[in-house]
Structures are given as C-alpha cells and as structure tokens.
Design a binder for this molecule. Structure first.
Ligand SMILES: Nc1ncnc2c1ncn2[C@@H]1O[C@H](COP(=O)(O)OP(=O)(O)OP(=O)(O)O)[C@@H](O)[C@H]1O
Length: 648
C-alpha cells in the first residue's frame, strides 16, 4: 500500500495529519469500528472525569486537605500572606490619590491654575510611583510564597511516594493515578503558582471593594455602589455558568498531555528495540510505525479536547472581558442618574465627574479581579483534583488501607472474604518457611493455594513452571512487595533477602554506584582495590578499565548516561550478580537473573554464591540449572505444585 502520510513532512502538516488519519480509518470497516470503540472509551473516561471534578463539596474537602499541607509549618506562609495584606492596604490607600490628583489636574486645566497643576504632577509622580512599587512587591512576595508551597507540597507527596514502595504500587495495583510523574513535576508547580496569584487577588480585591464602596458612597449616593454590586453579580453568574464544564475539560487535557508525553518517553526508552523490530517489516510497504500511528491517534484526541478548551476559554474570556470593558459605560450611567434621570442636579462640575468616575472604576476593578479569579479557579480545580487523587492514593497505598478504596471501587484487589496473611520476620532467621500459603494477583485471581515449603540456609531452591504461572509473583510475595496472600510466611528481615529482578536495573552513575545500589555513594564506599577484585570474580574487570578511560577523557555525560546503556544484557546481569555478592545476603532471590549468560558462567556464579554462603531461591527455565540447586519446586498449568529433592 502506498504511504498516504508521505505528504505530512511538508509545512501544513498539522491539518494533514488529522485528515489523513481519518481517511485511513474510514477505508476499512474494521478500523472504523475500532475508532468508534476508542472514541466511546474516551467519552466514558471523560464522563467519569466530569463526575469526579465538579466544584462541589468534595472539591472543597480536597482543597482543605491541600491547604492543611501548605500551612503545615504556618509561620512563614502566614507571615507572607500578612505581608501581602499589608502591601495591598498600602496600595489601596495610595491609589485613591490618583483620583484626587486627576481631578486636580483636570480642575487646573479648566481654571488655568498653574501652581495647582505643578503640585498635582509632583504628587502624581510620588503616589503613582509608590503604587507601582507596591504592585511589583506584591508580585514578588507571591512568587516567594508559590516557591515555598511548591517545596512543601512536592516534598510531602514525594515522602509518601517513596515510602513503602508506593511508587511501584501506583503503577502495579492502581488504575486511579495516571502519569504520577507529571503530577509531581509539573502539576504541583502550576498549581502553587496559580494559587499564589489567586490568593493575592483575593486579598487585594475585597480591600479595594470595601474602600471604594465607602468612597463612592461619600462622593455619590447609595444607588452607586448598589448598581456596581448588581453588575458584578450578573457577571459572576455568567462566569460560573461557563466555568463549571471547564474544570473537567481542563483536567482531561492535563491527562491527555501526560499520556502523550509518556508515549514519547517510551519511544525514547525503547528506541533500539523499536528500531530493530521494525527492520523486519516489509521494506516496500512504507507503512508507518505502530508507535507513530498510536502517537498520531492520541495526538488527535488531545487536539480535539484542546479545541474544546479553546472554545470554552473563548466563552469565559468574552464574558469576563465584556464585564471589564463595559464597566466604564455603567459608571457614566451611574453618574448621569441625578442629572438626566432624577433631575436633582442641573450640572456636575468636571472635577467631580473625574473623581466620581475614578471611584466607580476602582470599585468595578475590585469586582473584575473576582471575575478573573473565577476563570483561574477552573484551572485550579483541575490541579486540585489531580494532586489530591495522588495524595489520597499514596495515603491508602502507604498504609495498606483496605484495598477496594484504591481500585476505583470496581475491582477489589483481593477477594473480599480473603484476609491478608501473616508475615513473621525473625531478624537473622536461617530459613524461609511458607505455611499453607495461597496467593493472588493484585486483581484477585488465585495463583496457587496451600503451598508449604521450608527453604533452609544452604539448600538452594529452584522454582520452575510455565510462563505466567506465578513464579515471579511468589517471589514478590516472599519479599513483601505484594500483600495478596493467606497463610503465613516466616522469614529473615529483608536486608538478608536480596532480589534481582528479571530485567537488570542499572542506575545513572558509576560502576561503583551500580554495585552499592540500593545504597548511594554518600552512604557507603568501596575501596578501588576491592572493586577491582570483585569485578575480577566474573572476569569483567575490563569494564572498570573502560570506565576509567571515559573518566580520563572527561566525557561526563557518557559516564552517567550512554555507556551503561550500551552494555550487553549479559554484562548487565553480571553487574547485578556482583551487586548481590557485594551485599552478601543470606538468601538471594534470582528471577531468571542468569538467563543471558552462557551456562559455564552460570555454573561459576552458583559456585561463587555457595562460596559466599548465599542461598539461592532461583526462578528459571534452563534444565542446566537443576543440578546447581538442592530442591525443586514445580508448578503446572492445573495449579498443582510439588517440591522434591534434587538427586545429584
Ligand atoms: N500487577 C499485576 N496485576 C495483575 N496481574 C498481574 C500483575 N503482575 C502479574 N500479573 C499476572 O499474574 C500472573 C503470574 O505472573 P508471574 O509474573 O508471577 O508469572 P511467571 O510464572 O513469573 O511468568 P514468567 O515465567 O513468564 O516470568 C500472570 O498471569 C500475570 O499476567
């Protein structure tokens, strides 16, 4: 099939992308059906979000919880808020002189009073200059306040995120929090900046309103503030009408932006695998990559929602701009009342008109700040919803609260009538004892039941069984990552159990740091000679030499980024094994951790573990592993299991 998307590279590409995607999907009934299903799914997702993101009681409860965190150490934020208040008082007070000065200047023009003009202009420079200083100081303090709040909120959420493996549980057990990284890195920043601005407006606006209500009453009559108030309430209700649906639309937009970024992040992380896999595609077909197709599809949904955001924002801006721009007309109508409608005065002096209209304009500007706040509140509500969902889920996962709350109330994580099993930890115990253990996936499916196995120090255990049968899950249960089991487990504390996951995990850092992990260089160090001896155990000391030459050539970025990524899977597994040997646990949980190395090296590794008195609990598929262990636990497809001694 010819590539329909080739033309996209040229300039008018955005429109083309959308058009081409639509036509291609219309070309087969199957794609159309898939597309409709996808749209339906997105619509449902949007409806759930809309339900969850109203400006209702729940919103205020969530806001209250966040405010409690922001003011958890109240002295500095309270002091800053009071400071903003003081500056706002100063600014409001000084601002009244602008009206008086304008009136005097106007008067001096009509009467030809030069000294009045000169003194008014000098005072004007002083007072209007002061007003500008107050304004910039308020903005400065607001930035400091937002910076502080970002620090407090981000640290509070990160604290929970990193505790008790919550960062893992959010991804593995929970479907309520999408893109936790976006919530921590960007949403909190945007939220705290917006909150600072809104708070400063909420402080200055009432002050302006109260003071200029008094001044309009003094310079005019009771009806003047009443009409301005009525005008404000009309503007407020129109705004509220437009604002409500915007909360969900904005929230959905943030989610789509996060998902889009994540899609591209995955392409970056798996660039090599994607490129290699796609080499085997028919080179004549010129079809686009699956990743490209998905990215475009997602981008289309994102753009459609963004279009909604723009249209609703247009409505909201029109309402608030109309309110602001029309307020001078309303002011002159108010001034005209005694003259043209009530007939109580025959004329109004020009200087009085200036000061009356200035007072009315200031009163209306106080209200228009409220209207501006209301348009920001829709954005704020979106952030509040995203941040507080994150806080709620982190709280629940950290404390292992009854798990149904955490999975949207739809799918309980364990069967409701099952109870979480008992984990007994004996500090330096020499065995891992599984007693009548039944365990489940996070979604509640039973994997195996009533397993009783005693794994003693020195008696390595090999676990074998079909793919997806539950071998890795058992290891996650043993080391306490998954709490979904009944029965009981007696084991040593986790510092005596060291798990190597299926995919070796290398951090950004030097080879020494790889070995020290999960400790950092600030917590421990390895002398150079010891590191060399360690790498020599598996004959990979050449990696240390390679690292040294990179260090010597000052290619700092290569140190932290590229070169470790270029290690072969086997080399990565060997580094993980050295990490294990360095930490010398009593038990090593090896989840296919030697699958990428040749059998003779695998044998060396197990001999080394024995020589360091590390007992292996291994998962593997290779038959050559059997003679390297003492006992074998086998699983089959019918959920049967058996343990047998290996006859060497
Ligand atoms: N976070 C999760 N949520 C729901 N189900 C899960 C989760 N993690 C694993 N599972 C499911 O639990 C089952 C057991 O998975 P497990 O990884 O333990 O299998 P395994 O025997 O180690 O497979 P393999 O040999 O392929 O590594 C699988 O069906 C898997 O899809």
């Amino acid at each position: 099939m010819a590539n329909r998307y080739n033309s996209i590279n040229s300039s008018d590409e955005d429109e083309n992308i959308l058009i081409n995607i639509n036509t291609s999907q219309d070309s087969t009934g199957y794609n159309l059906h898939e597309d409709l299903k996808e749209k339906d799914k997105k619509q449902k997702e949007f409806e759930i979000i809309s339900k969850d993101n109203k400006l209702d009681r729940k919103f205020f409860q969530r806001f209250y919880i966040i405010i409690k965190i922001l003011f958890s150490v109240p002295t500095i934020p309270v002091a800053l808020v009071i400071f903003i208040f003081g500056l706002a008082v100063g600014q409001t007070y000084v601002s009244q002189f602008t009206g008086v000065l304008l009136s005097n200047v106007y008067g001096s023009f009509t009467t030809g009073d030069r000294p009045l003009f000169v003194s008014s202009i000098i005072k004007g420079f002083i007072f209007i200059g002061l007003s500008a200083l107050f304004d910039s100081s308020i903005k400065f303090i607001v930035s400091i306040l937002s910076w502080r709040w970002r620090k407090i909120l981000c640290l509070a959420i990160q604290d929970q995120y990193f505790k008790n493996n919550v960062y893992y549980k959010i991804i593995a057990f929970n479907d309520k929090v999408d893109n936790p990284d976006q919530r921590i890195t960007s949403d909190i920043d945007q939220f705290t900046s917006l909150l600072g601005t809104i708070i400063s407006q909420c402080i200055t606006a009432p002050m302006v309103v109260i003071y200029y209500t008094y001044l309009t009453l003094k310079s005019m009559d009771w009806y003047a503030p009443v009409i301005v108030y009525a005008y404000f309430f009309l503007g407020y209700f129109v705004n509220k009408l437009v604002m409500s649906p915007m909360v969900s639309i904005n929230f959905f937009q943030d989610k789509l932006e996060g998902d889009f970024r994540y899609l591209h992040q995955r392409i970056r992380n798996f660039a090599e695998a994607i490129a290699l896999q796609n080499l085997s595609k028919d080179s004549q077909s010129e079809q686009e990559l699956v990743e490209e197709e998905k990215a475009k599809k997602h981008f289309q949904t994102l753009l459609e929602n963004k279009r909604k955001v723009i249209f609703w924002q247009y409505g909201l801006n029109t309402a608030s701009d109309l309110f602001t721009y029309l307020s001078p007309c309303v002011n002159y109508l108010i001034i005209a009342i005694p003259l043209f409608f009530m007939g109580t005065v025959e004329s109004i002096p020009a200087a009085s008109v200036t000061i009356q209209s200035y007072n009315c304009i200031m009163l209306a500007s106080g209200f228009s700040q409220y209207i501006n706040v209301s348009s920001s509140v829709s954005d704020l509500a979106g952030y509040i919803s995203r941040i507080s969902t994150m806080i709620e889920v982190c709280n629940g996962l950290e404390s292992n609260k009854k798990v149904d709350d955490l999975s949207n109330g739809k799918e309980p994580l364990v069967h409701e009538n099952e109870k979480i099993g008992e984990m007994t930890i004996n500090q330096n115990s020499d065995s891992v004892h599984l007693k009548e253990l039944s365990y489940f996936t996070p979604k509640g499916s039973l994997l195996y039941s009533n397993i009783s196995v005693l794994i003693e120090r020195g008696k390595d255990l090999l676990i074998m069984g079909p793919s997806g049968s539950g071998k890795s899950s058992l290891v996650k249960i043993i080391n306490g990552l998954w709490p979904f089991f009944t029965g009981s487990i007696d084991k040593p504390s986790n510092e005596h159990l060291f798990l190597l996951p299926q995919l070796p995990y290398l951090i950004f850092g030097s080879l020494e740091e790889q070995i020290l992990y999960p400790y950092s260089k600030s917590q421990r160090r390895i002398p150079e000679q010891d590191l060399w001896n360690l790498f020599k155990l598996l004959d990979i000391q050449y990696l240390l030499l390679r690292e040294k030459s990179i260090k010597d050539s000052n290619q700092v970025n290569d140190m932290t980024h590229n070169w470790l990524n270029q290690l072969s899977p086997g080399e990565q597994q060997l580094i993980s094994i050295l990490r294990l040997i360095y930490h010398k646990p009593i038990f090593a949980l090896l989840d296919e951790s030697t699958s990428s190395v040749p059998q003779y090296i695998e044998k060396n590794i197990y001999n080394l573990l024995k020589s360091f008195s590390i007992t292996a609990i291994s998962i593997g598929h290779r038959m050559s592993l059997i003679p390297l262990h003492s006992n074998l636990l086998t699983f089959d497809e019918d959920k049967n299991w058996k343990v047998e001694a290996i006859n060497k």
